[in-house]
Design a protein around this ligand. Structure first.
Ligand SMILES: [Zn+2]
Ligand SMILES: [Zn+2]
Length: 342
């Protein structure tokens, strides 16, 4: 048995190493493009000093923004549900002792009453993750690669070797935007030299690099354009990729527009209210990822918790067995009140 365990651990370790390969490929391509652009094109080929300085300056701004957003997308850990969504020791015992599935479901329903959970499984049951032993908050899904439940999970992206979700969705969108900008800038400035090299200039290393820069930049730009366009549509409609494939289910049934409040508010949920910070990879998304305002207030009204909105404002850490207000404030659910004051 110990041997089997070691084998599983070894496989998992291998998997973890291999999962970095796509990131390594992107990094190599980007480093090569840096060398080709800065050295082969700007320093070795360009003769006009003004042009050289201008190209290098703008290129480095694009390059830094691209690298920064890529870094943040890769290394921002996915956000998991907070402690309040985990089964307490006594609830867990009660749940495990119970053998009838219907009674188990009823236990979950009771616990969920204390939490701002509005979405349901296809069957209408409370969404529960057996592996993490948590009641899934709205829009939360279990990622089998990360082996954890991820708040507002969008998808697991191999190119950043990370889960794209509540914690890094803004960074991921900025990463897409800045990689497109990087490609467009390279393609636009390389174009005239591409034509020259294609025509009469002699063979040499610069020729090879410039021709390939153009091809690679265009290729990446076109593929990114589709992905970026799709995500713009998702943000405007306030859907995650997972929700676009299967609509979230509420008390009244599935509703693909369940979280779609209005285009402006949908945008603010991801990018925050301060427009100056929209294009900078710092976290400005609204809320805490456990609760999202619903389009239909009627689906909320069944939950008596929300009748008194003041409860959501308290922010001191409640004790484990604290009152309703304290238990909610544990998760700092400011978004609810802030969305109402708009
Ligand atoms: Zn899970
Ligand atoms: Zn994942």
């Amino acid at each position: 048995q110990a041997q089997g365990c070691r084998l599983v651990c070894g496989l998992r370790c291998c998997q973890r190493v291999f999962s970095w390969i796509p990131v390594l490929i992107i990094t190599c391509v980007v480093l090569w493009s840096y060398y080709a652009y800065v050295f082969e094109l700007c320093l070795f080929t360009l003769t006009n000093t003004l042009e050289k300085v201008a190209y290098l300056l703008v290129f480095h701004v694009c390059f830094v923004m691209f690298s920064w957003t890529y870094w943040k997308s890769i290394f921002t850990p996915p956000a998991s549900p907070c402690k309040k969504f985990q089964l307490s020791y006594s609830d867990k015992q009660r749940y495990e002792m119970e053998e009838r599935p219907d009674a188990q479901k009823q236990i979950l329903v009771e616990i969920a009453k204390k939490l701002p959970i509005f979405s349901r499984a296809q069957s209408g049951a409370i969404r529960f993750c057996d592996r993490c032993q948590v009641l899934k908050p709205d829009r939360c899904h279990h990622c089998s690669v990360c082996e954890t439940c991820v708040l507002k999970m969008d998808h697991h992206c191999p190119w950043v070797n990370n889960c794209v979700g509540f914690a890094n969705y803004k960074f991921f969108l900025l990463f897409l935007s800045y990689s497109m900008l990087y490609c467009v800038f390279i393609a636009a400035t390389v174009f005239q030299y591409f034509l020259k090299f294609w025509g009469d200039l002699p063979n040499g290393p610069a020729k090879f690099h410039v021709l390939f820069l153009m091809f690679v930049a265009l290729m990446f730009f076109v593929s990114l354009m589709f992905l970026f366009g799709y995500h713009c549509w998702l943000v405007a409609k306030n859907r995650s990729t997972l929700e676009a494939f299967s609509a979230p289910v509420f008390i009244n049934g599935p509703d693909r527009n369940g979280f779609n409040v209005s285009t402006r508010r949908n945008l603010q949920q991801v990018f925050g209210e301060d427009r100056r910070l929209w294009f900078i990879p710092v976290f400005t998304s609204q809320g805490n990822g456990h609760y999202f305002p619903l389009k239909n207030r009627s689906s909320e009204s069944h939950n008596s918790l929300l009748a008194n909105e003041d409860m959501w404002e308290e922010s001191d850490d409640g004790s484990e067995e604290g009152s309703l207000g304290e238990s909610l404030s544990f998760c700092h659910m400011h978004i609810y009140t802030s969305m109402h004051s708009l």
